[in-house]
Design a binder for this molecule. Structure first.
Ligand code: GLC
Length: 663
């Protein structure tokens, strides 16, 4: 719909609305997931006082509530929202796992499938992508984002917005996207969810804002304000970020929804004296729609009418852009697309591309002619733990277990759950789905107790074995790194994840994933990330007085950007000129495989601020046949004149070096 037409219709509707109807549009309520709608919800809808719901889905249920809303005086449709974070019914790897594929086109495809399934179920708005940069793996929500890096996080934020919304979010297989959690939520002190954040202007601008800006540039229609106290002003009442930056600097004209009761929680923060104060502060700061708490409606008469009107304007604008006036109802025959074979195929591909081979001491891939294979570990027989957190309407029963997938792929091999009479072993260890995601921070990020003993037994048997690591976060696994005969990081790989694990273990897929977040040696090292500052006393083994621990190296267990393959690759011919870099990559192994070529820069000294020792500015994942060589070109974005260093490699460590002078 043309912009001018949208604005005309917004103005026309606004002019007819009573205060009650306006406040109703600023209210989002939590609808039950199944069964009859509550009488209250139906009544509010009939009175035109229900702007939006979360958690109501299923075409029939959506349509029942929508019919009530269209009985209202102005017939403004309800906007149905749901958390479709990494799939609706077909569940893809958790976003952190998908980030390990370094594959924006793949991320766009999975978001598009998630949108198609969600839209078929009557959902018109998803609360995704989560674009919080996270550098503390104790924080359970590290699972939901794209890891530690600004560039990778920004590229994936834009890809996911494009996948969910497409060119026109009113299309029948698209949904509104939502950049969350605005802003700084991932910097929670102690890695404890919902905890205080204290972020300098330099780090806010340099680390936490850019992925949100990438989402705005990709056309995201909505934002969600966060729970956290940001430098003393909670993000859900922070006028500087919500209006000054988001609207003033970036020109965002969509809507901002609060997080779940985060408006009411301004009282807990001690930032609002009471509910009325919280309502006035949140609305005035720039939160347009209140999720679940009802303070805007309870204190509506004390709210500034111009601010109410502006918030309603934004809600109506986004509803028109979502096309729900023209197409308010869900197609009750569309749900047949859920979990279709092509969607399952994409889930299997996405899972395999997300997996990261951390160690391989001559074991993988296993031969399909193995006489016997022991499959060990409780997670080898789990379905739900492969789906991870925030699984939409995904169902554990849709997923195979890793044992089942191996049995399917190895019809001639005797599978056993005992090491004694097996020629080789797969040991599946890691986290259950419920110890990452929201409100699931861990103070200890090692393997859950008892699992290491299982791996040690396999190790002591002297037989070839591979460890498969299921996890929602980076884990401190130094013994595995030092000893495991093979170590495959599978994350929480989704509905087809078990089959993807089998594909990788048996060589039907070649691992090509790279870490989107550093793996610490110990929780005591946190935060550890590659784009760190040099400090005035950078580490020097020969000197006592340099930045270091007495009991650990400074380097992580596994660095950002790291991952092995079943093949080997060589980089050569680096050419670096002002803002452009090119390099040859060659598959020097005997198997086809993927490599992710990564370009890092270090900016000139002498500027107003210190700079990280490295910053990712470009990457390309390529598939090469044995012996194949390809030249890759990268554009760079130097932001200051002077000498720039360039590092081109296959992780954030080492690589070919070059330099250029930016005029
Ligand atoms: C939760 C989460 C947010 C989610 C919202 C709705 O508390 O913080 O990410 O989208 O509430 O479920």
């Amino acid at each position: 719909m043309p912009k001018a037409e949208v604005e005309r219709r917004v103005q026309d509707l606004l002019g007819k609305m009573t205060l009650e109807e306006k406040l109703g549009q600023l209210q989002q309520l939590d609808g039950s997931a199944a069964g009859d709608h509550s009488p209250e919800l139906l009544e509010l809808a009939r009175k035109g006082r229900l702007g939006s719901t979360l958690n109501v889905r299923g075409a029939k249920r959506v349509n029942e509530l929508q019919r009530a809303a269209l009985q209202s005086r102005l017939k403004i449709p309800v906007l149905f929202a749901f958390d479709v974070i990494h799939g609706y019914r077909t569940i893809f790897p958790i976003p952190l796992g998908e980030a390990a594929a370094w594959d924006p086109a793949g991320a766009e495809r999975t978001a598009a499938i998630a949108a198609a399934e969600a839209a078929a179920a009557g959902v018109r708005w998803t609360f995704a992508p989560m674009v919080d940069i996270a550098r503390d793996p104790r924080w359970g929500r590290v699972a939901e984002g794209a890891g530690e890096d600004v560039h990778l996080g920004s590229v994936l934020a834009a890809a996911r917005v494009r996948g969910f919304q497409g060119a026109d979010p009113s299309a029948p297989d698209k949904v509104l996207a939502c950049a969350k959690h605005w802003v700084g939520y991932g910097a929670a002190e102690g890695g404890r969810d919902y905890n205080t954040t204290d972020i300098s202007e330099e780090r806010l601008r340099g680390v936490y804002l850019p992925p949100f800006k990438a989402a705005v540039d990709a056309g995201v229609e909505t934002f969600m304000s966060a729970f956290n106290d940001l430098n003393g002003v909670p993000s859900s009442a922070n006028r500087r970020t919500l209006t000054g930056i988001l609207r003033g600097e970036w020109g965002f004209d969509g809507l901002v929804v609060s997080d779940y009761t985060s408006v009411a929680e301004l009282v807990n923060h001690g930032y609002a004296a009471d509910g009325g104060d919280a309502a006035r502060k949140a609305l005035s700061a720039g939160v347009d729609m209140e999720m679940v708490s009802r303070l805007y409606n309870e204190h509506g008469k004390t709210l500034a009418s111009a601010e109410v009107d502006e918030a309603v304007r934004r809600v109506l604008r986004v509803k028109l852009r979502a096309g729900i006036f023209e197409r308010p109802f869900a197609d009750e025959k569309a749900e047949t697309v859920l979990l279709s074979a092509p969607f399952r195929d994409e889930a299997r591909l996405s899972a395999a591309r997300s997996m990261v081979l951390l160690e391989n001491r001559g074991v993988l891939p296993f031969s399909k002619d193995m006489e016997s294979l022991a499959v060990l570990g409780a997670l080898a027989d789990s379905r739900a733990d492969l789906l991870g957190s925030w699984t939409g309407d995904g169902r554990a029963q849709d997923a195979a277990t890793i044992r089942e997938a191996l049995r399917e792929a190895l019809p001639k091999t005797r599978l056993t759950d005992s090491l004694d009479d097996a020629a080789a072993a797969v040991v599946v260890v890691g986290e259950t789905f419920d110890v990452s995601g929201e409100a699931a921070s861990r103070s200890d990020i090692g393997l859950p107790s008892g699992q290491l003993e299982l791996v040690r037994r396999a190790h002591e048997s002297g037989k070839p074995y591979a460890v498969v690591l299921i996890t929602g976060r980076p884990l401190a696994v130094p013994w595995l790194a030092e000893n495991a005969r093979a170590l495959l990081l599978a994350w929480q790989p989704g509905t087809e994840g078990a089959r993807a694990v089998a594909d990788i273990l048996l060589g039907d897929a070649v691992p090509g994933g790279k870490l989107p977040a550093s793996f610490p040696r110990s929780v005591g090292q946190v935060p550890v990330y590659y784009a760190h500052k040099n400090s005035g006393r950078p580490y020097d083994a020969a000197s006592k007085y340099t930045t270091k621990y007495l009991d650990l190296p400074n380097t992580p267990l596994y660095p950002f950007g790291y991952g092995l393959s079943y093949s080997s690759f060589e980089l050569s011919g680096l050419a670096a000129s002002d803002a452009a870099v090119s390099v040859d990559v060659k598959n020097t192994g005997a198997r086809a495989g993927d490599e992710v070529v990564q370009v890092y820069v270090r900016g000139p000294a002498g500027g107003a601020l210190t700079r990280p020792v490295r910053e990712l500015q470009g990457f390309q994942r390529v598939t090469l046949a044995p012996g194949e060589k390809r030249r890759l070109d990268f554009a760079l974005r130097p932001d200051a004149p002077g000498p720039w260093q360039v590092f081109v490699g296959t992780s954030s460590v080492g690589g070919l070096t070059g330099s250029f002078v930016h005029k």
